[in-house]
Ligand binder design. Sequence first.
Ligand code: AMP
Ligand code: GLY
Length: 424
Amino acid sequence: MKVLVIGSGGREHVIAWKLKQSPLVTKLYCAPGNAGTIDSAENVNIKADDTSGLLKFVEDNKIDFTVVGPEVPLEKGIVDIFSSKGLKIFGPSKAAARLENSKSFSKDFMQKYGIPTAAYNVFSADESSKAKECLAEAAYPLVIKADGLAAGKGVIICSSHEEAAAAIEDILESKVFGSAGSSIVVEEFLEGSEASIFAICDGTNYVVLPSSQDHKKIGENETGKNTGGMGSYAPAVKVVTPEILEKVKKRIIEPVLQNMKNDRAEFKGCLYCGLMIDKNGDPFVIEFNTRFGDPETQAVLPLVKSDLLEMFMASESGNMDKYKLELNEGYCCCVVLASGGYPDGYETGKQISGLDNISDDCLVFHAGTRTENGEIVSSGGRVLNVVGYSKNSLKEAINTAYENAEKMEFENKYFRKDIATKGL
Ligand code: AMP
Ligand code: GLY
């Protein structure tokens, strides 16, 4: 089968790497891809949000199956567009993708169906004063979120009334997140341990992949600014015990699938549950994403033994109940190598070396790289994802990731030194 992966980050590189192992795949493309995806796929120079360009490519080249990595094409309805033409594609419809791209939709949905999440209020663009009036009685910290897609930057944790009032003005009045901030969700701050759970769904049935944890802050011990993610590890067995996973299935995943179906927006694709597990071991939803997480996927997919294309096809065709998920034993730790200065200003175009020197128990997925005159150079804030694997322990996986992270070189390389230690 001819398969296309849409996207250009580390998540798409690991998806392409894993799809390449499927005996069903005869030809793999990645649009637009990066300097790493070239090893598994042929890169096609079409941007991930260019839905008409992607449709034309798929029709012209008779692509049998398309896999969507990032959220923006889902919000643009790429799955509806492709499905209406009879083309097979992995991911949710535009209506189902609202679980990620509208936080107010997602919160109202959870409240309506009793899915555990933080208490909240929604305010629209003309309700800035009303939102600020409500702050007087609020408890702090308080969380303020832009309603729409803001590339992970739309969440502000406010420790005081003043900070909260400023956040409301920034989003609703100054429109710092553009149309993504046309309304806001103001919600209670949850305490506990965060975890990410990916459920691959076909509208009714699902399989759950190994749990993981992301490290969102730029600095060690979760300090400094939020980023797209500085590292991850899987499985997160200390945080997500089998008992907690059962609660996640019964209280979150199953009611989501049932009620989305009842509401005529059946959910197919990867339901990413961003969770807070409280001190009693009860899971609360921080957010849903309607696609794989980055960089969690880089630590999760190497632990999947069974065929990834078959998994995606089962989701698309409504046959998830017949798919047998098989896992590899062991642990993965993913360390993100970033450009110095990220998540603020940083330089690109830095030559990367050491990529041919990695050990057998390590995988390197590219995030922000491109080829220039035959050399691989940086092209983004997050540059490489170094994934250490160990059959025996998370500790060994961490050591492998860091030994290899030291071997990669580019000017102003920066990485956190404490990835996955909270899993020990
Ligand atoms: P989100 O984009 O909604 O996942 O939020 C980004 C990060 O902000 C999350 O990973 C959490 O660390 C934090 N966060 C968001 N909402 C809450 C909340 N209600 N309570 C505590 N932390 C939160
Ligand atoms: N790892 C967070 C995200 O993909 O949104």
